[in-house]
Structures are given as C-alpha cells and as structure tokens.
Design a protein around this ligand. Sequence first.
Ligand code: PMP
Length: 306
Amino acid sequence: MPMTERGDSSMLYLNGAFMALDQGRVGVEDRGFQLGDGVYEVVKVVDGRLLWMEDHLDRLAWSLGEIRLYGALEGHPLHQILPRLVEMSGVVSGTAYVQVTRGVAPREFALPNDTPPTVLAYVRRDGFPGHREILDGIALHAVEDIRWARCDIKSTNLLAAVLAKHAARDAGAGEVLYVSPEGLVREGGSSNAFVFLDGVLRTHPANNRILNGITRQHVLELARGLDVRVDETAVSFDDLAHAEEIFIASTTRDVMPVVKVSASGRDDLIVNGGRPGPVTLSLADAMRAGIPAAIGAPPPVTLSRN
Ligand code: PMP
C-alpha cells in the first residue's frame, strides 16, 4: 500500500484494509447509515500517542455488548490498529475515531442473523484548547434534554445532539448544557458537566442519563487526589446561580472552564465574575500535567497561581 506524505492525509482502517480516508466506501444498506445502529469512540492523540486508549476500547466493548453486537471486534485488534493508523498518518496532535455498526443487511429493524459488522477507524489532525482559550473559558447554552434514555451507550444516534449543538452555536455558546425535564443538569453536548457548589464538586451520577466520560472519570480521580470533596449527585439548573465554578470535561476539551450559561427566556448567568475559578484551574493543571507524564513528555507550564 502506498504511504501518503506524513501528516498530509488521514488514514482509514475499514473492515480489515488500510486506505486513504477519502477512499473508504460503506454500503447503502449499512445499518449504521440507515438506522444509526452502531456505536463509536473518540480517542485523543497527543504527541503521536493515544491517550487512555484502553479505557476507550473497554467502553467501546461495553457499548457493543449493550446493543447486542457481540463478537464484532473479533479479527479487528483495535489496540494495534489505532497506533498503526497514528503512525501511518503521521498525526502528532489529533483524534482517532472508531465506529462499529451492525453491518449491511436488508432494511429491517429487528437484528439480522450473522451479518458481518462494519468496523472502521481513522485518525485526523486536530488542535486542542491552549492556555488562552482555557483562561477565556466557554459559554454553555442550556436546552431540555430530549435524547433517549440510554445516553450511557456511545451510540451513533446523534440527531438530538446535532440539533442541540446547532441551537448552542446560534446562541453564541461553545457547548450545550442538557437539562432534564425536571430541571436537573445532566451533561454537556459532548462533554460532562461539573459544578463547584458550596465547596463540593458535583457532577451527575454515571447512570443511563449521561455518558460516563473517560475524562470525567479521570477528573473525579484527580479531584479526590487534590482533596476536593466530590459528590456524584446532579445539581439543579436553578442552583447554577449559586455555583462558585462550573467546567466541562471531555476528550477533546480536557477541563474547560465555563464562564457563562445562557438559556432561552432567561437572563445569562455569569459564572465566577466571568473568569475560571481556582478549583477548575487546579484540575485543568493536574489533567495537563498528567497527560504528558502518561506519554513520557515534559510537564506543561501551570495555569493557576498556587
Ligand atoms: N458526554 C457526551 C454526550 C459525549 O458525547 C462525550 C464525548 N464523547 C462526553 C460526555 C465526554 O466523554 P469523554 O471524556 O470520554 O470524551
């Protein structure tokens, strides 16, 4: 297979073959395409290394089990394929995207018998928030969560998220904040939400209403290590008015301070005077410090004043 110039082209793994991303073809009757019958993962590439790959592949296996797509990864050793894609693409900073669908079968909702899954993965270059963007923080736009009741599965059914993200962008916000019909803060559009309230770091419990982010799990561990009190119980949207700090966390955004929350028909809420708070910055620093350590690079310059 011809090597493309390093860093020039995204490389794709599709059902056993490697090719340039734009050469990939999937059948019209693929159940991922027609029914959203599939799951996915996004893994961060830092300094040419895949961050927390095992955690992501474990969650992928779990998602596959929850949608009864058993044995889909047999013959697709992703823990070897993903590093190979990074190497072939020459990507230093970016993301690896993995998607597994129930494959091509005549269109019927009920599960087909013995259809080979579609397994694909590719790596793309991407930049991540730098010091300036982190210190500027982002705005969230709150919307009612109209997604299904299995948000713990990382499903490719993302239409509710597509519409919510569009609404957030229209509102001038950088991320969605999903609020339950009962008024509880659930998570971000593609991130988990954390609220520092009354001296306790609160986040929604890892149940069927949110995706249990890999970054979320690392944030909780870091917070405990920093002696920050943690409570996995949801905060009400009204409580955000008293929040000392708010941040979101995800693979592509790490720990990102939230400086404003908007919602249609309500006044904007300015968080901590519109600046990232000390707990958020300590966690952002701890996260950033841990990432290079995990991949054997020197630690970054700190953001917070100790
Ligand atoms: N919640 C949702 C709905 C998401 O799409 C994501 C991003 N995959 C997250 C949370 C954060 O998860 P992670 O830290 O694993 O990227």
